[in-house]
Ligand binder design. Structure first.
Ligand code: PRP
Ligand code: URA
Length: 210
């Protein structure tokens, strides 16, 4: 791991992740907390957004006050589970555009299979934040980053809730230019390439499909 990996060590994130990890957490609570952590991680992932100033008048005096420079920004969830994070990002950056990337892991090979892609027309000009709760083998994230680079996107970040060391290694080797933001780095993967201890199947738990 190097300076491109940002583990958001914050008590609120740690506490909320524990609720997600608990197998007894309801679908409703799971979905709400994924969104909340999405918001907290976005706070870190947008730390370098450029600012400019605007003159305003407070009740006391005039001032040059900081405002976002309005750089073009897009959030790209990897379906399905990435959808759970979009709301949290949009609450922090309401003007963001949303591109959708449909992908699932083949259960035997773990190779990601793409089934959908719909991007904003000007995606090449936008800073892109790819979101997905889980970075396991890294196959899905690698493919997603590759697709966004294929669109001409030059500034890409990846935001996940839980990462396995293997997934981080794969993304760093294949895409050393991409910053990774995560809530925790777990021990590893089990024989089915699920993150250990992890939180189980994120898509199933967000959408209640199991
Ligand atoms: C999960 C998860 C990631 C991927 C991570 O999606 O949301 O996209 O697996 O695994 P990897 O790092 O080994 O590629 P899944 O394939 O279960 O699809 P879903 O979101 O539709 O449930
Ligand atoms: N996908 C998930 O949803 N969970 C994991 O632990 C690994 C991949």
């Amino acid at each position: 791991m190097n300076e491109k990996v940002h583990v958001v060590n914050h008590p609120l994130v740690a506490h909320k992740l524990t609720i997600l990890r608990d197998k007894n957490t309801s679908t409703k609570d799971f979905r709400e907390i994924v969104s909340e952590i999405g918001m907290l991680l976005t706070y870190e992932a947008t730390r370098d957004l450029p600012l400019t100033t605007r003159e305003i008048e407070t009740p006391i005096c005039k001032m040059e006050a900081p405002i976002l420079r309005g750089k073009k920004f897009a959030v790209v969830p990897i379906l399905r589970a990435g959808l759970g994070l979009v709301d949290g990002v949009l609450r922090m950056v309401p003007s963001a555009r949303v591109g959708h990337l449909g992908m699932y892991r083949d259960e035997e090979t773990m190779v990601p299979v793409q089934y959908f892609c719909k991007m904003p027309r000007d995606i090449a000009e936008r800073d892109v934040l790819i979101v997905d709760p889980m970075l396991a083998t890294g196959g899905s994230a690698d493919a997603a980053i590759q697709i966004m680079k294929g669109y001409g996107c030059a500034n890409i970040k990846l935001m996940v809730l839980v990462a396995a060391p293997k997934g981080i290694q794969v993304v760093q080797e294949r895409h050393p230019d991409v910053d990774i933001y995560c809530g925790a780095v777990d021990q590893g993967l089990n024989e089915n390439s699920y993150i250990v201890p992890g939180l189980g199947d994120a898509g199933d738990r967000i959408f209640g499909t199991k």
